[in-house]
Ligand binder design. Structure first.
Ligand SMILES: [Zn+2]
Length: 258
């Protein structure tokens, strides 16, 4: 399979001649680093789009991508309402209401698990918004227009290769312990939204014990809402304490073959 990181929590995945997207977010503001020059039409080959939660940096480009493709979307109820408000036909939306929902697409399987958003991101964002000064009103409007709803994590199985994607790092230990019952090849773990995010992300690796981990969401996608996260303390902890896990750092729009 081929995996292209779109920045933030976004991925384009090619699996046995099928293409799907996870949290595809391309919009940036001019201050974003790194920049993202891809347009919705550049990722229009996908048949399915999987969404972890309704926040703007996971959902806001989905209507544009769907308008240029035949993709159907899989998301929880609140994210579905946001998409309908943005003009997406509800026939193309699959609302996930069950923890453990499983779908087989032929070339791959996708399974959704109820998850949680990182807890302290709102005060952190509030702090960043205060720093935003005159931009405050505009930014808080964007944030309010995209409520998160039920957070999902997604497990994909492609030819016996398993990959688990989290859009936000709020999982409880109980949730991770339950997921750890299945051996994991690749973990995509988000590092954004909390002062101690490196320690939090390390817990994901410690419990899930993947063979490979790729840190995601550490980019400065929409300053001042976001900030580049120094992921080195995370990388160091994994290398020191999890000898069975390789860490790989991707560049935005880089494709790797697994
Ligand atoms: Zn979020």
């Amino acid at each position: 399979m081929k995996l292209r990181w779109l920045g933030t929590a976004g991925f384009e995945v090619e699996a046995n001649d099928q293409v799907f997207l996870i949290d595809p977010y391309l919009s940036r503001n001019p201050q974003a680093r790194p920049a993202q020059n891809l347009q919705p039409e550049d990722i229009s080959k996908a048949g399915q789009i999987f969404i972890t939660h309704g926040h703007f940096d996971h959902l806001c480009d989905v209507p544009n991508i769907m308008a240029r493709s035949t993709a159907s979307v899989y998301c929880s109820e609140i994210a579905a309402s946001t998409l309908v408000r943005a003009g997406v036909n509800s026939n193309r939306i699959n609302v996930i209401k069950t923890d453990g929902y499983l779908a087989d697409f032929g070339g791959y399987r996708a399974q959704a698990f109820f998850s949680r958003h990182i807890k302290f991101d709102l005060p952190l964002i509030a702090k960043r918004l205060l720093r935003a000064g005159t931009q405050y009103r505009r930014l808080s409007k964007i944030i309010k227009a995209y409520p998160k709803g039920q957070v999902l994590s997604w497990r994909f199985t492609i030819n016996e290769y398993t990959m688990h994607h989290f859009g936000s790092g709020g999982s409880t230990n109980k949730e991770l312990e339950r997921l750890s019952a299945f051996p994991l090849d690749l973990l995509l773990v988000p590092l954004q939204g909390h002062t101690h995010i490196c320690d939090i992300a390390f817990q994901y690796v410690r419990v899930l014990q993947p063979r490979l981990v790729i840190p995601i969401h550490q980019d400065d996608f929409y300053p001042p809402v976001s900030k580049t996260v120094d992921i080195q303390p995370f990388v160091k902890q994994v290398r020191e304490h999890c000898p069975g896990t390789e860490v790989r750092i991707m560049a935005v729009n880089e494709t790797i073959t697994l």
